[in-house]
Design a protein around this ligand. Structure first.
Ligand SMILES: [Fe+2]
Length: 350
């Protein structure tokens, strides 16, 4: 399609010739057709940007041609030529997408001005549409970029959390991969307990970071081989509050605060630091308490040998109602033992 091609459709050979001369003199290239049928054929083959057609022709009328041309190419500009008797039809043609109509006999200036205007308007419409498409494309791309930035951020969050958690594991000797196991047990128990999926990320963060406050406990106490003195225990017991203070200013960890703060509270109110009782203790912390105790009993530590699962479970059952929320204990017991084994096996893999 050349930019300055014009298709002239008129059954009157003389009119065709006159129009041809006018357009050629003005620097356009012309394609000629003597009726509507030929007109649509030439148009389909060459796709000129502008069609100038007579309205009244034998066979296919100018109106029919207009409709067919616009069906082939919605951007095509069409100017109709009309005699005085046909002005109503000419006006109707505007509603069907004609850009203009010219009264016969044709005035050269009027025709050339209408032609220029029709081509410009067509160009404007195309540019506007392309701009619109470009904008839409940009929006799509921006949205996609945003989604991937968000995913990256999420990944960063997760690896930061894991790094923090494992740094802690490494320092707190003997609990290597403890966080990963407790994390797995917690999610399995939470699902059995009917905790909504949407709440699980906060729960997971809380579990991974439960002992983050130990960063603030001196090595001499944290890594002490023997039993702690009363004064040392007092310092050790500050770790939930140190942990809370550490993470409560980080927006994406805010949901983990209740668990970090309450992970040593006991069902009967004998825990610390706030001596919360029963359901005053956040559910996440109550779940953590059970699975943390289970992991402590079933995994070798420097000061105690691992117990078999059934022994650990009996001990947990015994403490339901005193240390542990009895309903959470029931949920934990519903987690299949094969799943517990699987979580345990995976936690030691690199
Ligand atoms: Fe702790």
């Amino acid at each position: 399609m050349a930019h300055r091609d014009i298709l002239i459709v008129d059954d009157d050979r003389q009119v065709r010739e006159v129009l041809h001369q006018i357009f050629i003199s003005a620097g356009y290239n012309c394609l000629l057709a003597s009726d509507g049928r030929e007109g649509i054929e030439v148009f389909t083959a060459s796709r000129p940007p502008l069609v100038v057609t007579d309205l009244k022709m034998p066979g296919m009328t100018g109106m029919e041609l207009l409709q067919q041309v616009r069906a082939v190419d919605g951007d095509a500009a069409v100017i109709v030529l009309t005699g005085a008797a046909d002005v109503k039809t000419a006006i109707a043609s505007l509603k069907l997408g004609a850009h203009d109509f010219i009264m016969k006999p044709v005035n050269i200036d009027e025709l050339l001005i209408a032609t220029e205007r029709a081509l410009e308007r067509r160009q404007l419409l195309i540019e506007r549409r392309e701009y619109q498409e470009l904008l839409e494309q940009r929006v799509v791309e921006a949205t996609r970029d945003l989604a991937s930035a968000y995913r990256q951020l999420q990944d960063t969050y997760r690896s930061t959390l894991e790094a923090l958690g494992s740094a802690l594991d490494t320092r707190d000797v003997g609990t290597e991969a403890h966080s990963r196991r407790v994390h797995g047990y917690t999610l399995a128990t939470a699902r059995e307990h009917g905790v909504p999926e949407a709440d699980l990320p906060d729960l997971a963060h809380g579990v991974l970071l439960h002992d983050i406050g130990k960063i603030g406990i001196p090595d001499a106490i944290l890594l002490k081989p023997g039993p702690l003195t009363n004064a040392e225990w007092k310092i050790m017991r500050r770790h939930p509050e140190i942990g809370k203070a550490l993470i409560e200013r980080i927006p994406f960890l805010r949901g983990a605060v209740p668990i970090v703060w309450a992970h040593h509270e006991k069902w009967d109110g004998s825990g610390y630091p706030r001596r919360l009782k029963g359901e005053e203790i956040p559910l996440g912390a109550r779940i953590f308490m059970v699975v943390d105790a289970f992991d402590a009993m079933t995994f070798d530590r420097p000061y105690s040998q691992a117990k078999p699962f059934d022994v650990a479970k009996a001990e947990i059952r015994r403490c339901g109602g005193s240390h542990f929320d009895p309903s959470v204990v029931e949920s934990f017991f519903r987690v299949p033992e094969a799943l517990l084994e699987e979580i345990r096996r995976r936690s030691v893999e690199p």
